[in-house]
Design a binder for this molecule. Structure first.
Ligand code: SAM
Length: 247
């Protein structure tokens, strides 16, 4: 069976290898590129995600496709504001990305994060291990979205929270054409200039275009067993937050 990889279809088992290649290639410049590509806006979106999560001391968190730890660090700081600690695991399939996160963690020794290698479609955790599962700009990259969602459901304890931040479908008239032009022409050029890799950033634009829109993704979350699925658009739908609960 074939699956989408950017604007082409590839064999199922090839996609994982190709996605790994993308993030191997960009890991060393990943954080800088995020700031340049989004004009720093990704930081506000990630803050909005963790605000909605409202992390509390004593909870157990897993951030999947966590990359260099942007969400995990925010959760840790959110918990610290309430004067306590929490268990936070940052899990990613790519060791280069985790390596960058571990290096960043070394600069913030007050923050305790456990870094784990693992595939979102077959997580290395027991059922009901976490109170909250987060995934930011990650689920678009997995081969089978439905398997990743079922894994999220499995590793969450009953009453656990699912929260996903992902690029979505622009719902503001006028903004869609502008955004399309930006992502298909400026983004790959920026990728070539800064990370020396335009193909990976072309993949990024194309994978965004093929990812299900807000309502379709909400339906997939419901099909994985979750209830109370809610959506919040960010920047007119350039990105969206999907929240749900394991009942
Ligand atoms: N969550 C981080 C953030 O928001 O900055 C990183 C997002 S980055 C765009 C996507 C991440 O997904 C990469 O670190 C990549 O290695 C990871 N990834 C891709 N496929 C994965 C999979 N099947 N399982 C776990 N992680 C995966």
């Amino acid at each position: 069976m074939s699956v989408p990889f950017g604007n082409r279809d590839v064999a199922e088992d090839e996609k994982k290898r190709l996605v790994r290649g993308v993030f191997d290639s960009v890991a060393h410049r990943y954080d800088l590129m995020n700031d340049l590509m989004s004009g720093g806006v990704h930081r506000f979106w990630k803050d909005a995600m963790v605000d909605w999560l409202n992390p509390r001391p004593g909870q157990r968190f897993v951030d999947v496709a966590g990359g260099t730890g942007d969400i995990a660090f925010r959760i840790a700081r959110g918990v610290q504001k309430h004067g306590g600690a929490a268990g936070i695991v940052c899990c990613d399939i790519n060791r280069e990305m985790l390596g960058e996160g571990i290096r960043r963690g070394g600069e913030a020794p007050e923050i305790a994060i456990r870094w784990a290698g693992g595939d979102a479609e077959a997580l290395p955790f027991k059922a009901s291990s976490f109170d909250a599962y987060t995934i930011a700009f990650g689920i678009r990259n997995v081969t089978h979205i439905d398997r990743a969602l079922r894994e999220a459901y499995r590793v969450l304890a009953p009453g656990g929270r699912f929260l996903c931040l992902e690029f979505s479908r622009v719902e503001t008239p006028g903004l869609d054409a502008l955004y399309d032009a930006y992502s298909s022409s400026i983004l790959p050029r920026l990728g070539r200039l800064v990370a020396g890799d335009s193909d990976s950033y072309r993949y990024l634009a194309e994978s965004i275009r093929r990812f299900p829109a807000q309502k379709a993704f909400a339906r997939l979350i419901g099909q994985a067993g979750f209830g109370q699925v809610r959506v919040r658009n960010l920047a007119g739908g350039i990105a969206a937050l999907h929240s749900a609960w394991k009942t």
